[in-house]
Design a protein around this ligand. Structure first.
Ligand code: PEP
Ligand code: MN
Length: 347
């Protein structure tokens, strides 16, 4: 249920309305918009109708709307303003697409710093790099752990780039959160509900990758797991799903970008590296992602892809990454782009 406050409602009146809600039955989420404040109530009270009428009769409440669809905190209905995640001057969900780039895995100091300097020079704003790597084979390289996090922090210090890195396990939550700016939840963990709830208790941006066989509904409900714990800073990342094709690693489902944007106020970025598994396809699909309204990209870049310890075949050399950034810049910022972005009318 959504409670829309009148534009002139004062903070004290909002408090009064919140006190009306039985807290053992509902969680209240307050969204303070530019024009008005909206309260999202999530729960299953025994007498919904009485509560609805009681809230609607409060003089500072404009209206109360029952929400029947499965999306609550992710939905435009709950929050009629786009979520913009701010990390200093970097705004994910703002006008221009934000690019995150770097190696699949942090391998050593030279590899990471060389890549960080190159992606920074090309115009990326966030450095990616896994310190804890979920690998399909138990015999593959699994990352440097805390040493990798320390190298990421060093690269941030030198270049000013923000950091995104994956958290695989609740056990490392505090450690990863301490080093990174954005916590990445990988495709394999999209439905690890205890992990999602745990990061929901943090107040740090999270990038939630789509599971490799997840429907849009499952993906958005996974975001709800994080948000219902109070962490509303979620970035969704389309990274391709498993289909019948063998020529690409995954099938990059770009239609999910405008589709999710019809339902949700959350920013959506695209990973054409894992989405295709082939470096030659990364630039064209990155351009396509920006054209269909993605709020950003995450791209794997390696100084010597042939020698990469993971995901070499889908990693761009720095020169190709520079080219990609040039192409993205030429496509213009959000305002100039000819996208049919569906903005919901205010409630
Ligand atoms: C990654 O970003 O390196 C990664 C493992 O991605 P995904 O979870 O999408 O497979
Ligand atoms: Mn990878």
């Amino acid at each position: 249920m959504i409670v829309v406050m009148k534009p002139e409602a004062a903070e004290g009146e909002l408090e009064q309305v919140l006190e009306t809600v039985p807290e053992e039955e509902y969680d209240s989420h307050v969204f303070r918009g530019v024009e008005r404040t909206v309260i999202g109530l999530i729960g299953e009270g025994a007498d919904k109708e009485t509560l609805k009428n009681r809230l609607a009769s409060h003089p500072s409440v404009e209206k109360v709307i029952a929400i029947l669809d499965p999306y609550k905190l992710t939905s435009w209905k709950f929050k009629p303003e786009k979520t913009v995640i701010e990390l200093g001057r970097v705004k994910i969900g703002g006008k221009a697409p934000v690019v995150m780039a770097g190696p699949c895995a942090v391998e050593n100091e030279e590899q990471l710093l060389t890549t960080a300097r190159e992606v920074k020079k090309a115009g990326a704003e966030i450095l990616r790099g896994g310190a804890f790597k979920p690998r399909t084979s138990p015999y593959s390289f699994h990352g440097l752990g805390e040493r990798g996090l320390k190298l990421l922090a060093r690269a941030r210090e030198e270049t000013g780039l923000k950091i995104v890195t994956e958290l695989m396990d609740i056990e490392h939550l505090g450690l990863v959160a301490e080093y990174t700016d954005i916590i990445q939840i990988g495709a394999r963990n999209m439905q690890n509900y205890p992990l999602l709830s745990a990061i929901g208790s943090l107040r740090q941006p999270v990038m939630l990758k789509r599971g490799m066989s997840a429907t849009i509904r499952e993906w958005l409900l996974a975001a709800e797991y994080i948000m219902t714990e109070g962490n509303h800073q979620v970035i969704l990342c389309e990274r391709g799903i498993r289909t019948f094709g063998e020529e690409t690693r995954n099938t990059l489902d770009l239609s999910s970008v405008p589709l999710v944007k019809e339902i949700s106020h959350l920013p959506v970025i695209v990973d054409p590296s894992h989405g295709t598994g082939r470096w030659e396809l990364v630039r064209p699909m990155a351009r396509a992602a920006v054209a269909c309204g993605a709020d950003g990209l995450i791209i794997e870049v390696h100084p010597e892809p042939r020698r990469a310890l993971s995901d070499g075949p889908q990693s761009l050399r720095p020169d190709k990454f520079h080219l990609l950034m040039q192409e993205i810049k030429e496509m213009g910022s959000y305002d100039d782009r000819n996208t049919d972005r569906v903005l919901p009318s205010a409630i």
